[in-house]
Design a protein around this ligand. Structure first.
Ligand SMILES: [Zn+2]
Length: 185
């Protein structure tokens, strides 16, 4: 049974009765921050139409995004500080954004066109976080981390204070996100 949460834009929770309250709260806050960074909500109602969220404890990773679904492991929502869960939700939404930004004619291609456009555009500018920093032949994480850093600037502050003094959102990465957003909304 899927439950449609309409705030701030429609999103479906599969097996709704199993979703803990704190998980739904983090997702709702992440979506709210998303819309604040990329208004209006109606744009995302269109871009993310039909997106379904799953909660599974048998995932090898913390989360897995596809064109039509995101699967989350419950441990993703047990981080300290707790708001890092919201950064992770935004990271996964960014993957869905990339899937859905892909021209329909190229949908069959296992290539993240948006992420490749980002690394081409940013060229020598390093990515925002170690997790997302340039992985040749697999730039999807750089795109997702760029969007996460854009929506949650405190994520980079947190990384700089704890483990990654070089974490930053460079002007080219920021500009690229803004351009893609402007063409979609
Ligand atoms: Zn990712």
């Amino acid at each position: 049974m899927a439950h449609k949460l309409d705030f701030p834009f429609p999103i479906h929770f599969v097996d709704w009765p199993t979703w803990p309250e704190h998980v739904v709260m983090h997702i709702a806050q992440a979506l709210t921050r998303w819309v604040k960074a990329f208004p209006p909500a109606s744009c995302w109602a269109r871009v993310f139409a039909g997106l379904r969220l799953h909660l599974h404890s048998d995932l090898p990773h913390g989360a897995l995004a596809r064109r039509d679904a995101i699967r989350f492991h419950p441990r993703l929502f047990q981080q300290r500080p707790a708001w890092l869960a919201q950064v992770a939700v935004v990271h996964e939404l960014a993957h869905v954004w990339a899937f859905r930004a892909k021209p329909r004619a190229l949908a069959w291609l296992p290539i993240d066109v948006l992420a490749w456009r980002l690394v081409w555009f940013a060229w020598r500018e390093p990515g925002p976080t170690r997790y997302g920093r340039r992985r040749w032949l697999q730039p999807s994480e750089e795109w997702a981390e760029t969007v996460a850093a854009y929506v949650y600037p405190e994520y980079l502050d947190h990384l700089r204070r704890t483990s990654e003094p070089e974490a930053w959102l460079g002007p080219k990465h920021r500009t690229f996100v803004q351009r893609v957003y402007q063409t979609m909304c």
